[in-house]
Design a protein. Sequence first.
Length: 122
Amino acid sequence: MLSHLYRSFAIWVSPTFPRKVMAAKDLVENTIASNKIAIFSKSYCPYCKRAKALLTSEFPEETTEILELDERGDGSEIQDYLLQKTGQRTVPNIFINQKHIGGCDSVVGLKEQGKLTVLVKA
Ligand SMILES: N[C@@H](CCC(=O)N[C@@H](CS)C(=O)NCC(=O)O)C(=O)O
């Protein structure tokens, strides 16, 4: 418990902390802005695998970027920023046409309701 508190404090007082948070914010916003489909994922996550498979097979022609947060040094800053932006901490965290969609359940639900293509082609 004490070591956890110390670690949190050490991160907050670190001179690189504000820079890392800003870099994560810019990266997330640029990824969303420059792609039709942006998927913030973790490589081992089954929900992510399902959502990635669905979106890449349904829309292979669309610009899609997938960031695997567990394979990056800045993954936790990205996840923190996504929580701040969307209220969602879990992955996958998906954006289509710059609109926040949610996770795997949301994408599968939209597909089942026949609403996914409309969102992507908007
Ligand atoms: N209902 C969610 C489930 C997503 C979920 O539980 N993802 C796990 C990874 S498999 C997660 O984000 N856990 C917290 C974390 O990795 O920080 C969805 O459909 O996307």
